[in-house]
Ligand binder design. Structure first.
Ligand code: SF4
Length: 334
């Protein structure tokens, strides 16, 4: 039986350390670690167990902030889910009417999700798992109201829809049997040196001996030298080789925003390069594990001297809380 008294004592004695029973790697985690190790510690370590009413306030805050959604990611997922729903609906339809049916169902799926998004934004709840957007938070918020967000989302999704239905993708898909489309919207994992590596493979299908992957990416930014897409494609090629027995991949991104939408091919970096990069990323984080089997916040440095990074950070509240707790601890030890 649960000992609530012990729970309360444990939370009061929180010393900034976390004992993880499970460690995994993902590109998003590595990118966050590269941006700010403190943010990584908050998102992937302290937030674990933050749903518990007896956890430390920092864990509860981390859990809440971890569930804040970035609008671009949210719209990328929304569009992907809508495409999946339309594909499932037409997978058994006659090949001659598939395209027409797909266009119709896709539009309906997008509209349904946009309405749900609008309702969630206008009727917020305290549940961290309900929709809370980063862009509607704080003094420097990007949108002043849910209506503004919904207008932007509608423009963006309309643009994505009109571009996708005239792209080469539906033609490619509809000449194949529906049974070869993999329409799950889930993360999958594979192991590298015993560590689970998670990827979100997008829409997958096999054609002419190749494993095709279409990733749906909503982004305001143009690709630049910081573009991780070739690495993402290479991680997918490791997954394809080891877990789908397919060494030939064709990786594309359907990138869209409120002004443009394009289906672009991404050439992966080499498999040896990505394996080395993955291993060094995993090692960099795991090397912070201390001999007592715990990770300590003091080993995950804060980027306080980079205000532009902090201004956009979704973990500002938790970071402030932790700074206050650290300062209070050092004052009381004087
Ligand atoms: S507020 Fe700044 S220092 Fe704190 S976690 Fe975010 S980026 Fe890192």
């Amino acid at each position: 039986m649960r000992d609530f008294e012990q729970d309360v004592i444990r939370s009061a004695n929180f010393d900034g350390s976390v004992k993880l029973s499970y460690f995994s790697w993902s590109l998003a985690a590595q990118m966050l670690f590269g941006k700010c190790p403190r943010a990584y510690f908050i998102r992937y370590m302290i937030a674990q167990g933050g749903w518990d009413q007896f956890c430390h306030p920092a864990a509860a805050s981390a859990y809440r902030e971890k569930h804040l959604q970035k609008l671009d990611f949210f719209l990328g997922d929304l569009f992907h889910e809508s495409v999946n729903e339309a594909l499932i609906a037409v997978s058994t339809a006659d090949i001659r009417i598939r395209k027409q049916l797909f266009d119709k169902i896709l539009l309906k799926s997008i509209s349904k999700r946009l309405s749900a998004m609008s309702f969630a934004l206008k009727n917020p709840t305290d549940d961290p798992k309900s929709l809370h957007l980063l862009e509607l938070r704080g003094a420097k918020r990007l949108f002043s109201s849910p209506d503004e967000v919904v207008y932007y989302a509608a423009q963006t999704l309309k643009n994505a829809y009109t571009s996708l239905i005239v792209s080469e993708l539906p033609g490619e898909l509809f000449t194949l049997p529906g049974s070869v489309w993999n329409v799950q919207n889930k993360y999958v994992s594979f192991q590298v040196d015993g560590v689970p590596v998670y990827i979100h493979p997008g829409l997958i299908f096999q054609s002419q001996g190749k494993l095709h992957c279409i990733d749906f990416v909503c982004s305001e930014n143009e690709p630049n030298e910081q573009d991780f897409s070739p690495r993402k494609a290479a991680i997918f090629s490791l997954f394809a080789e080891n877990y789908r027995s397919c060494s030939d991949i064709f990786y594309r991104e359907f990138c869209f925003n409120d002004k443009t939408a394009v289906l672009r091919e991404i050439a992966p970096v080499s498999k040896s390069e990505i394996r080395d990069w993955l291993r060094s990323g995993i090692h960099e984080i795991q090397s912070k594990l201390r001999p007592d089997g715990k990770y300590y916040i003091a080993d995950f440095f804060c980027l306080e001297n980079q205000p532009d990074v902090c201004e956009k950070c979704q973990f500002q509240d938790t970071c402030r809380l932790l700074n206050r707790a650290t300062n209070a601890a050092s004052e009381s030890s004087v």
